[in-house]
Each structure stands twice: as C-alpha cells, then as structure tokens.
Design a protein around this ligand. Structure first.
Ligand code: DGP
Length: 112
C-alpha cells in the first residue's frame, strides 16, 4: 500500500514527532496552516472516518484521549480546533485517518 502516513509510522519517511505510543502517532504537519498544526493518526491503517467501526473505534478513543494532552503540551491553553477531512468533498488528501490539531492563534470561525 502506498500511504505516506504509513511511511511516517514505519520510519521510512521522516517527520517531526510530538507524541507516540503503541497505537497513536502525532507529528507536525508539513504545511502548517496555524502556528501549531499537528496531525494525530492511528498506527494501523484506517482510510478515513468512513472506515471507523466497532472493531477499530478504540483507536478513536485513544486519539481523543491524547489530543488534550498534546494540546496542553503545545501550550494551547486558550483553545484549539480538531478537524478531520473525509473523502473528495471533505478535502481529504491523505487517505489515512488523521485529526488536525490547529491552534496558537485565533482561528477564523467560518471555513468557507
Ligand atoms: P488532509 O487534507 O486532511 O488529507 O490533510 C493532509 C495533511 O497532511 C496536509 O495538511 C499536509 C500533510 N502532509 C502530507 N504529506 C505529509 C508528509 O509527508 N509529512 C507531514 N508531516 N505532513 C504531510
């Protein structure tokens, strides 16, 4: 499978990691859209939100357990945004489930 985030997870592609455990990896986005822009991914390949099911939803729990800890470590005490894009219309460019953590400035309320 040709997946850039699987390449980051298995160490073939370098990344700026901010958190890692046996299930989850978080690293800085290569093209940041805010002063803090981190991607949080499950280490096993899940294509998008569309592929979350009863067998893998524990990964989502784990990711959302870690997000506040990552945000706190990054100093995002005034708030932040968590986004996941799904499919073509959602603007998903990497087909490996990921949650964007965006913060470090007042973010615009409207997306479009
Ligand atoms: P999305 O559009 O939601 O699929 O976001 C994918 C994000 O992944 C995008 O903000 C850029 C980021 N990205 C793509 N390739 C790489 C990479 O090789 N390294 C890192 N750190 N981020 C990447």
């Amino acid at each position: 499978m040709d997946c850039v985030f699987c390449g980051i997870i298995n160490g073939e592609i370098p990344s700026n990691k901010v958190y890692e455990d046996d299930l989850v990896l978080a690293f800085r986005d290569i093209n940041p859209e805010a002063p803090v822009h981190i991607l949080v991914v499950p280490k096993t390949h899940v294509s998008s939100c569309d592929s979350i099911d009863a067998d893998n939803s524990f990964l989502i729990s784990k990711i959302f357990e870690m997000i506040p800890q990552i945000a706190k470590k990054e100093g995002l005490s005034n708030g932040y945004r968590v986004i996941t894009n799904v499919g073509e219309d959602g603007g998903q460019s990497v087909k490996h489930l990921h949650f964007h953590i965006l913060g470090g400035k007042k973010l615009p309320v409207h997306l479009c």
